[in-house]
Design a protein around this ligand. Structure first.
Ligand code: MSP
Length: 510
């Protein structure tokens, strides 16, 4: 039987500047998946955090006359406030400056060294400071610049420790073959194989002496552990590794999903598995590389300044409009455009017109015709089939989509039921039924069917727009709000619906 646990992670973000909507994008998706799995009965561990060491942060802090820690602390407080406002239900927030993380990374480094997988050598390479990445000549862009950010790289030469990535090349390819779902989407796997693995894995530089802001190598103090070993280890140090293997580590490792942006897939699918093989522990089940939210065709960038504080959007449109947009707009895995106009259009079309209207219309009719009392005399007509059969099928449809991380499609499917419900009102014309006393039971049935469609959609929406779903459940006055209550016809008869309130206000545009 499958172990009912689910460990999901976001990347740990660089607190080099305040977080933008791109960071929110990853984190909202991870949160939705975590919530969905909790509702499905899994014991979930959802982790996010911050990646605080490295030359770039040291440099910015120095320029501001601060220690790196003084510089990042307020950014992290701010990030936690943002996650709180976005309803991010993380179980653990790791900071790479946490004492236990640092001590554990030092042990991990030593274990790999003792095994002979880390050795001392001379590093000569091309380094991109903003990206904190080393590149080989052949990886640079057509102008000889960093292939990620297209800024200058400079040559670095210094004594450094190296990790024997090359030793694990064949094992890694074999692992990919044996675990075809390890890298998702599929296209990213081919990119890794063709661009990085087939040309031959080079050993990886894992320590630096040219800056101080990092975790010292215990047996050679002038070196600090270079950022990827420090950063990637977060996924296991938080679980107690290597100090305590019997508790959280035993329960949650291996991770079920590392959710990462496409630019860091290679670190998660090459370096990280090789590190874990060196340590002799299981590899994560899946790394999912999602696309970017882009603005006017380009990356949202702190340095370009083409973004607002995400709290501005929350304040203007509400948290669930922002969550819904992030989850619905971008076909998962691809890049997607972000603009405030698109956010507004999405909110008006789906949340105001489709969801809000349906709930308000249905509750208003129930109040007008039956003083908000719910009954189901089961007077069906063939027109009901289209609605009811879809509502019955919907939970498994959504489950399949969510489990293959097609969250946008899952939402599309849920909204299909809401659209059908709106059409069902137009087709059954309750206001006409209300004029004919012999149709009272039919009218009750029509309203019951609508309430059931709303209830089922709302249960399925819980992971995505949790605040709104809570408000709808309050209006419905029902206790049948769990995934185990998804059967059509479960809504309690005899309950009285509460006053209906406006869920979303139409956003006026110029
Ligand atoms: N610290 C490393 C990750 C270490 S994980 C062991 C890092 N940090 S980052 O802050 O630069 O970016 C982290 C993640 O933020 C990206 O992988 C991506 O998931 C997310 N995004 C940053 N900008 C984004 C967009 N414009 N759009 C979507 N996601 C974005 O890399």
């Amino acid at each position: 039987m499958e172990n009912k646990k689910f460990y999901i992670t976001t990347p740990i973000y660089y607190p080099s500047a305040e977080f933008h909507i791109g960071h929110c994008y990853t984190t909202i998706i991870a949160d939705a998946l975590a919530r969905y799995k909790r509702l499905s009965g899994y014991d979930v561990f959802f982790q996010t955090g911050t990646d605080e060491h490295g030359q770039k942060i040291e440099k910015i802090a120095t320029e501001k006359g601060l220690t790196p820690k003084e510089y990042v602390d307020p950014i992290i407080e701010n990030a936690k406030d943002l996650w709180n406002k976005l309803g991010i239900s993380y179980d653990y927030f790791i900071r790479t400056t946490d004492e236990d993380h640092c001590a554990r990374v030092q042990k991990i480094f030593k274990m790999m060294y003792d095994k002979g997988d880390i050795y001392k050598g001379e590093y000569k390479g091309l380094y991109c400071t903003p990206c904190e990445s080393f590149w080989t000549e052949s990886q640079l862009d057509e102008n000889g610049k960093c292939p990620d950010c297209h800024r200058d790289v400079h040559e670095v030469s210094e004594e450094a420790y190296f990790f024997k990535l090359s030793k694990y090349q064949d094992k890694l390819v074999k692992f990919y073959e044996d675990n075809p779902k390890f890298i998702q989407p599929e296209s990213r796997k081919n990119e890794m194989l063709n661009n990085f693995i087939k040309p031959g894995l080079e050993d990886l530089c894992v320590s630096r002496t040219s800056f101080k802001w990092g975790i010292p190598v215990t047996f050679d103090e002038k070196h600090v552990i270079y950022v990827w070993i420090d950063a990637l280890s977060n996924y296991i140090t938080s679980l107690g590794y290597p100090d305590n293997l019997d508790d959280k580590f035993k329960k949650y490792w291996p991770a079920d999903i590392h959710l990462v942006g496409k630019e860091i897939v290679r670190f998660h699918t090459i370096i990280w598995p090789c590190m874990l093989m060196s340590l002799g522990i299981d590899l994560p089940k899946q790394v999912f590389g999602h696309g970017w939210l882009i603005v006017d065709g380009g990356k949202i960038s702190k340095s370009l300044g083409n973004y607002k504080d995400p709290r501005d959007y929350i304040n203007s449109y509400g948290v669930d409009a922002v969550r819904y947009y992030a989850l619905r707009e971008v076909p998962f895995g691809n890049d997607g455009n972000f603009s405030e106009d698109l956010l507004i259009a999405r909110t008006n079309a789906d949340l105001v017109n489709t969801l809000g209207n349906l709930v308000n219309r249905t509750l208003a009719m129930s109040k007008k015709y039956f003083s908000s009392v719910v009954e189901n005399p089961k007077v069906y007509e063939s027109i009901d089939d289209n609605l009811i059969s879809y509502a019955k099928m919907l939970p498994s449809l959504v489950d399949n989509k969510v489990n293959s991380l097609k969250v946008n499609e899952a939402l599309e499917d849920i909204f299909e039921l809401l659209k059908r419900s709106n059409k069902y009102i137009d087709d059954t014309t309750p206001w006409v039924l209300a004029k004919d006393e012999s149709k009272t039971d039919r009218l009750k049935t029509v309203l019951y069917n609508l309430l059931e469609s709303i209830r089922i959609s709302t249960i399925l929406l819980r992971a995505f727009i949790p605040g709104t779903t809570e408000r709808i459940f309050n209006m419905l006055n029902t206790k049948k709000i769990e995934f185990t209550d998804l059967d059509f016809g479960t809504l309690e008869e005899g309950i009285t619906l509460n006053e209906s309130e406006i869920l979303f206000n139409r956003i006026e545009t110029k």
